[in-house]
Design a protein around this ligand. Structure first.
Ligand SMILES: C[S@@+](CC[C@H](N)C(=O)[O-])C[C@H]1O[C@@H](n2cnc3c(N)ncnc32)[C@H](O)[C@@H]1O
Length: 402
């Protein structure tokens, strides 16, 4: 197997992470709480989901009637195109068509490996058992392999109102670009790290995409194929969270998974409850805030550094640099996002100066080991020693606008 294939197989292995029902339910419930008709009369597409194992497809099929869906479409990806099934990969995943498929009249022993599948549920009680549910799902092979980027699946995206899934991690940037290009309503799982992506941050800033209502700062458990290399600590944590290994799956947990969506939910309209600057200085639970003045950035003196989200002062009208976890609490009516603190061009536009020679010389003289040069536009701090602030979001209170 060529090396590039091995790398692809390794990466694809991490794509086989299956979302748990409870996580889907919690997040969808938050949308429904805000708008009980959020899914009514909608076509919902799950483009990386074989209903045989995808809880997304099962969840929406179960709720087809009470959510008032018009149509559910779920597509799966051909094993022959999926490097996770490539011969010789460490997992040696063996693809077996399901009984559902082999017993079905449309079964084709070749296509089952080379083609994707499309599953559709509409408001027709096909089997006549008096309910519309997963048993009324109709399926057929796609013409191609079911790659979400294919023209065929893209046409399904265009037909859909809402796209909901946990897409392959290795293609996440392409996936979000694909969904956004289709101008769709969406809810997808991703990693917190994605907030800084060029494909994502401008949308967050522009209020076109936001964090989901749930799973922020809590673990999400995923099912993985048996034999997937997972850390023992993660396996046992998943077990403690109620997901011990089964014959079919092992379970792992990820601490940085979250939802990205453009569906409204109540959490983002709850204001962050904050103390004034004076009260923070008097009462903050953080030692480095209590009794100390808020630091100004060395090269951007009009802004203050706020090291903790709960230490954002309620009465400061200028620019503030806050930790990236602020996005979990962000209420667009309360704050405006101005820039990502790691984006030198955005900082330039905001008025941040370069670090300059004096700063960098002192930084290294004090033992700094990072790659800071005088031309860099980073957020310089001087207390308790010279350093640069990382992973900051630059924000301003809404009321401060005039
Ligand atoms: C992270 S898993 C999640 C699966 C399912 N959505 C869930 O949440 O349980 C991503 C899935 O996308 C599939 N996949 C990988 N590449 C794909 C592609 N190019 N197009 C469509 N699906 C793909 C993988 O095989 C994998 O099953």
């Amino acid at each position: 197997m060529a090396n590039t294939n091995l790398v692809a197989a390794k990466r694809a292995k991490q794509d086989e992470f299956y979302t748990q029902w409870a996580d889907i339910e919690r997040e969808m419930n938050a949308y429904l709480e805000y708008d009980p008709d959020v899914f009514r009369d909608k076509v919902v597409l799950m483009p990386c989901d074989d209903p045989e194992w995808s809880n997304f497809a099962k969840f929406f099929a179960l709720h087809f009637v009470d959510f008032g869906l018009r149509k559910l479409i779920s597509t799966s990806y051909a094993p022959d195109s999926n490097p996770a099934y490539a011969p010789g990969n460490e997992l040696e995943l063996d693809y077996q068509p399901s009984l559902f498929e082999t017993r079905s009249a449309g079964f084709d022993a070749t296509k089952t490996r080379s083609n994707g599948k499309k599953f559709v549920l509409e408001a027709h009680d096909i089997n006549g058992d008096g309910v519309v549910n997963i048993d009324d799902l109709q399926w057929e092979y796609l013409k191609g392999d079911g790659d979400f980027r294919s023209a065929e699946v893209t046409a399904l995206r265009d037909e859909a109102d809402i796209v909901v899934t946990n897409p392959p991690f290795s293609l996440w940037r392409q996936f979000i670009t694909w969904v956004v290009a289709g101008n769709k309503t969406f809810s997808i799982i991703g990693s917190n790290n994605a907030t800084t992506y060029v494909e994502v941050f401008p949308l967050i800033k522009g209020n076109q995409l936001w964090k989901g209502a749930t799973a922020n700062n809590t673990d999400m458990v995923f099912g993985v194929p048996k034999g997937t290399d997972i850390a023992e600590a993660d396996r046992s944590k998943a077990a403690r969270l109620g997901y011990p290994s089964t014959d079919v799956h092992d379970f792992t947990r990820l601490g940085n998974s979250c939802w990205f969506t453009n569906i409204e939910h109540g959490r983002r309209h709850e204001p962050l409850v904050l103390m004034t600057m004076a009260d923070n200085v008097k009462y903050s639970k953080h030692k480095d805030v209590r009794g100390a003045e808020y630091q100004r950035y060395y090269n951007f003196a009009e802004a203050i550094e706020v090291p903790y989200v709960d230490a954002i002062p309620s009465d400061f009208d200028g620019v503030m640099g806050v930790p990236i976890t602020f996005l979990d609490k962000y209420n667009p009516d309360q704050f405006q996002i101005l820039a990502h603190g790691d984006d030198m061009e955005a900082l330039r536009q905001l008025g941040v100066k370069t670090l300059g020679k004096d700063f960098v010389n002192t930084y290294y003289a004090q033992g700094g080991t990072g790659a800071n040069s005088h031309g860099h536009r980073r957020l310089g701090l001087t207390e308790p020693n010279y350093r640069t602030a990382f992973k900051r979001i630059m924000i301003r209170r809404r009321k401060a606008e005039s």
